[in-house]
Ligand binder design. Structure first.
Ligand code: FAD
Length: 288
């Protein structure tokens, strides 16, 4: 009988390094506002509490606390203590939504975080705040609690994202190796002619293939994904309006039967729901 030597385990191409960040609430001020496209407004926030802010993954999110739209009062968590892990939750109503820490910039006088807000046509408190944000405005940012990096071994990355997930999409494109081919199926409420420029200028990659589809047709989005050859070396990230993602998730999970490590699907908002909880199942008939 021939002896077969033990072969070393081959690491998965979809391995994503992860870790916890210090979990705290940071109060900061807006130091810059830029209208990066008609639909997208970039806000830079900084303050002494941001000195150790880190964000290690493209799907990281922070909970952003905004002032009460009626009174202007900013009710938000506070840190348990300087340098400690944990937050003290406030009494009273808060106005908070999830956002992607787009970029962390270390400057001579501190650390700044950029957030890109999609200005959706029927704004809730977050969109409305972003639409009129000015230098000097105050915010509180909680998180990111944990981070998971982008896979470093995938040959191809396919992104399915609407406007709210474009900040994350640009991070995915920037955080995979330059040798990973990236394709984006973008879902947009307008004609989306700004998206290719937004993606290349924000990610720093000018080789991302962009296919824009109109919002409101989940089957067309799943159809566009179905036309892409998702082979054994392709990782898929899909995020945006939760109901739109139901057939997308079904395609990945049921039709292609991909292993869980090969894709991630996340509902970022839900049509008709204020402050959608992204932990809620995307497809209530088939929860994770
Ligand atoms: C992990 C994560 C990361 C996210 N990152 C970003 C990001 O970087 N940038 C970003 O812009 N958003 C991001 N979002 C989405 C954002 O949290 C939601 O769009 C949020 O609902 C906006 O809050 P709001 O107060 O403006 O609207 P809400 O008060 O939540 O909603 C009010 C009304 O507006 C509608 N609505 C809400 N969002 C939209 C929308 N996008 N388009 C059309 N109608 C809408 C709702 O149906 C509701 O009827 C992220 C969400 C998650 C979970």
């Amino acid at each position: 009988m021939t002896e077969v030597p033990n072969s070393p385990a081959i690491p998965s191409p979809f391995l994503r390094a992860g870790g916890r960040n210090r979990f705290t609430a940071r109060r900061g001020r807006v130091v810059a506002v830029e209208q990066v496209s008609p639909a997208m407004r970039r806000v830079r926030v900084t303050g002494p509490e941001f000195a150790d802010f880190t964000s290690g993954g493209p799907a990281d999110h922070v909970k952003v606390f905004f002032p009460d739209p009626a009174t202007g009062e900013l009710v938000a968590p506070s840190p348990v203590g300087p340098g400690e892990d944990g937050i003290v939750r406030p009494e009273g109503a808060t106005f908070a939504r999830d956002f992607t820490p787009l970029r962390v910039t270390r400057m001579a006088d501190g650390v700044a975080v950029d957030l890109d807000f999609y200005l959706h046509p029927s704004p809730g408190p977050a969109s409305a705040w972003a639409g009129r944000a000015e230098v000097g405005d105050e915010l509180v940012i909680v998180g990111p609690r944990g981070s998971r990096g982008a896979p470093q071994g995938a040959a191809r990355l396919v992104l399915v994202c609407d406007e709210t997930a474009l900040p994350s999409a640009t991070r995915w494109a920037a955080e995979v190796p330059a040798t990973t081919a990236v394709e984006l199926i973008a879902v947009a409420a307008d004609e989306g002619s700004w998206i290719a420029d937004y993606v290349s200028s924000t990610s720093g990659r000018d080789d991302v293939g962009v296919n824009v589809l109109p919002a409101g047709d989940p089957d067309a989005v799943a159809g566009a994904l179905g036309a892409v050859d998702v082979d054994a070396a392709t990782f898929v990230f899909a995020a945006g309006e939760a109901s739109t993602l139901i057939p997308v998730r079904r395609h990945l999970k049921v039709t292609l039967a991909l292993p869980a490590e090969q894709f991630a699907v996340s509902g970022y908002w839900k049509s008709g729901t204020a402050g959608f909880d992204h932990h809620a199942p995307i497809d209530p008939s088939d929860p994770d």
